[in-house]
Write a new protein. Structure first.
Length: 272
């Protein structure tokens, strides 16, 4: 448990904190998915100050909020800072409503969870008579991961916690820690049109004609070529060869010459 001297020093701070009217804040009300402002790990202890004076408690927490499940104490974070802790896969919300631990924070114990939250994380049972946690073999400290989702509005260090003795809990922090950068996953790139055409299977079979009995373009082209070749062959056969043509022309020339000579001879005979 925290020392009485520590709580005397935080009494003035409690009076300086402005608390809104209405129903008391509950850690469950703040347990929502928000932007992560800070994350890390530390050793956490537990306590329960209900104002009864049992086990050396000092009464009302520093924030003025009544003791409740989810109310944690920090040696340096601003009051009303919100976040959650994770222990062996279990996740529990908290808000900073008190100051502590005191001297233990010098040894690296930087978070004081309420006893009910500690019991839920460890599988123990909160003992309302002794204000302790039963069923955990006397375990009073656990290693936890913490995540801060919202900084409180008052004084205190807005960064990784430091010991109570540093006095960081009483100074206004104007330079909070930069939120961690979480790389967004890139959406799967769609293949380009060229790549899609390149990877597309080759089309081998020709598409059949939609008209019954119609011939494919290749078959029609082949038949046209055959018809043109046959016509050319027929034309060549009906056309005389070069030698035959010369013979015919020579014969006609001789015949014409003979007729011309014979006509001259007949003319001379009749003139006699």
């Amino acid at each position: 448990m925290r020392s009485f001297a520590m709580f005397v020093s935080t009494a003035a701070l409690a009076g300086a904190v402005t608390v809104g009217a209405g129903a008391p804040a509950s850690a469950d009300d703040h347990f929502t998915d928000k932007q992560t402002l800070l994350h890390g790990s530390t050793t956490a202890s537990y306590y329960w100050d209900d104002g009864s004076g049992r086990n050396g408690d000092t009464g009302m927490p520093a924030s003025g909020k009544p003791m409740q499940k989810g109310l944690a104490a920090s040696p340096s974070w601003p009051l009303l800072t919100e976040g959650y802790v994770v222990y062996k896969g279990k996740k529990m919300p908290f808000f900073v409503g008190d100051r502590g631990p005191g001297i233990p924070s010098n040894r690296g114990i930087m978070l004081d969870l309420d006893a009910k939250t500690f019991a839920d994380l460890t599988g123990g049972t909160f003992n309302s008579r002794s204000l302790t946690v039963d069923g955990v073999g006397g375990q009073g400290h656990i290693k936890v991961d913490y995540v801060i989702t919202k900084w409180g509005p008052g004084v205190g260090k807005k960064n990784h916690p430091v010991a109570f003795a540093t006095g960081a809990w009483g100074r206004k922090d104007h330079n909070p820690a930069k939120p961690p950068v979480i790389a967004a996953e890139k959406p799967a790139e769609k293949p380009s049109q060229d790549a899609a055409e390149k990877n597309a299977p080759a089309v081998v079979a020709e598409r059949p004609s939609s008209t019954p009995g119609a011939k494919s373009p290749k078959a029609a082209s082949a038949e046209n070529a055959s018809a043109q070749l046959a016509a050319a062959s027929t034309a060549d056969e009906s056309r005389p060869t070069g030698v035959a043509a010369l013979a015919v022309i020579g014969g006609l020339a001789l015949l014409g010459g003979g007729l011309f000579i014979g006509r001259d001879r007949l003319r001379k005979v009749f003139q006699r």
